[in-house]
Design a protein around this ligand. Structure first.
Ligand code: NAG
Ligand code: NAG
Ligand code: NAG
Ligand code: NAG
Ligand code: NAG
Length: 323
């Protein structure tokens, strides 16, 4: 039987060093009334509609990547590459990132876009590291041990979002879930003391927002963890997902809140392989909130492991709809 599987993951847990409180654990996102406010607090306005492909520089060639072949036939990359600015790769062929090869742009919001008609293969222990990884491919195969990692490399979250708490109290960043706060306030109920707000409600099905920074415990030093980056995977036919996709929030020390998780969107006709997919909040004085993960596949075969929790102890809420 063919089925369209839609999965959204959210967290509404509140965890920190001093206490653990949970609320809204029975909350289903599909029942959510966007006009009401269950948190009795302002959360940020919705983000704009699903993104059009990000603007990109001209495509690099296989040769410029020190690879063998051509992006219009098959390009094989066998050398680590360390980029310092946005990268765009386009072609009508295949791209193989060979065993153990690292493509890295370790700069917040640095984007790596791969747009190929054929197959993208990440061989064993191949790694892509950037702030935003946007992939369009005919087929994609991420072998066990391969990693796409945008952890802690967020650029700016959507305008007007308030994912970073205002007060310098070391609160966690918010995004899919609220950040935690570890400040004791006798005048408030524990569930009213939060870190950063949630945002991007309008793009739940196609999340593509950065996570937010956690806040520092003092104004002078920037101790908060950075938000998680974003991963977009649009695979025409088969996505063999044995590798790991990480869009976690960055960790902070004990003097700052963890960053919130970023976004992961996967669209494919068929998804196989049970890799790990995570957009969790970072650790810190107070933990960052979870990010967003959405998987839209026509037929799904093996179960991936999903993580979108707030750091420390928490529980992810998973909604799976077979249409
Ligand atoms: C991918 O490349 C095609 C041309 O081959 C172009 O039409 C399309 O806009 C590109 N997509 C992205 C996301 O850049
Ligand atoms: C690949 O093919 C496209 C058209 O399909 C062409 O514009 C581009 O120059 C070719 N690139 C290379 C490296 O041959
Ligand atoms: C990549 O380049 C940056 C700056 O040019 C440098 O700080 C970093 O160590 C390099 N990383 C690797 C893995 O070579
Ligand atoms: C994806 O892989 C399948 C099976 O190997 C193949 O039949 C199909 O043509 C491929 N799709 C693309 C777009 O390359
Ligand atoms: C992902 O990136 C983060 C931050 O750069 C790093 O701490 C972590 O070890 C990486 N994880 C993997 C599996 O590469």
């Amino acid at each position: 039987m063919m089925a369209i599987t839609l999965i959204y993951l959210f967290v509404f847990f509140h965890v920190c060093f001093f206490f653990v409180s949970s609320s809204l654990s029975d909350f289903s996102i599909l029942d959510y009334n966007f006009d009401s406010d269950p948190f009795k607090a302002d959360y940020s306005p919705p983000s704009p509609p699903p993104p059009s492909p990000p603007p990109h520089p001209p495509s690099l060639t296989c040769h410029e990547l020190q690879g063998i072949g051509s992006l219009n036939t098959t390009c094989q990359l066998n050398y680590n590459l360390n980029f310092t600015r946005d990268v765009y790769l386009e072609g009508t062929g295949n791209l193989f990132i060979l065993q153990g090869v690292l493509l890295s742009c370790h700069v917040p919001s640095c984007s790596l876009t791969i747009n190929i008609t054929g197959s993208l293969e990440l061989k064993a222990n191949a790694k892509i590291l950037a702030g935003s990884v946007y992939i369009v491919a005919g087929n994609a195969s991420f072998i066990s041990g391969s990693v796409i990692n945008v952890t802690g490399l967020a650029g700016d979250p959507p305008e007007q979002s308030t994912g970073t708490p205002k007060e310098y109290q070391g609160g966690g960043g918010g995004h899919g879930g609220r950040g935690a706060s570890c400040v004791m306030d006798n005048k408030k109920l524990p569930e009213d003391v939060w870190g950063g707000d949630t945002y991007s409600w309008k793009s739940l099905e196609q999340p593509f927002s950065y996570g937010s920074k956690g806040q520092s415990t003092n104004k002078e030093d920037n101790y908060g963890g950075n938000g998680g980056g974003k991963i977009w995977l649009d695979v025409k036919d088969i996505f063999d997902a044995c590798g790991t996709l990480l869009a976690d929030g960055g960790d902070a020390g004990i003097k700052g809140g963890g960053g919130s998780g970023g976004s992961i969107y996967i669209k494919s006709k068929k998804m196989i392989g049970g890799g790990k997919i995570s957009a969790s909040g970072g650790n810190g004085f107070a933990g960052g909130g979870g990010g967003r993960v959405s998987v839209e596949v026509f037929s799904r075969h093996d179960d991936s492991e999903f993580f979108v929790h707030e750091r420390c102890r928490s529980h992810a809420y998973l909604q799976e709809d077979q249409l």
